[in-house]
Design a binder for this molecule. Structure first.
Ligand SMILES: [Zn+2]
Length: 117
């Protein structure tokens, strides 16, 4: 049996501008590699692995002490183009945000599963 109990570790595939100069749309695969069960606390909320580009990248979503959501990506666009940090992120982050907005299931806005005594 190959069944995994971690059903929230979803694989999402979406088309994004490709890594070549023509930016031909290519499939990118996002896989949740970590999800913090305590989503209300500052720190890392979730991480994703991105495949499909030139390299494999890692996206992470961090909640600051001010409850601000900060996206990080290890791709060159996010690392070398500082302006991306102040806007909506690189194409990977934009794609991922789009998915969660479409699903209406922001990882950061999930209700606590149950009250802790
Ligand atoms: Zn990126």
């Amino acid at each position: 049996m190959a069944a995994t109990p971690a059903s929230s570790f979803t694989l999402i595939t979406m088309m994004l501008p490709g890594p070549d100069r023509k930016r031909v749309p290519s499939p990118y695969h996002f896989r949740v590699t970590y999800r913090n069960p305590n989503t209300g606390e500052p720190g890392c909320v979730a991480t994703w692995e991105v495949r499909g580009g030139r390299d494999e990248y890692q996206i992470s979503l961090e909640r600051s002490d001010a409850a601000e959501m900060i996206w990080h990506c290890t791709c060159p666009d996010a690392v070398y183009h500082a302006e991306y940090r102040h806007h909506c992120g690189c194409k990977h982050v934009q794609g991922l945000k789009q998915i969660y907005e479409t699903l209406g299931n922001q990882p950061a806005r999930r209700q606590p599963a149950r009250a802790v005594a």
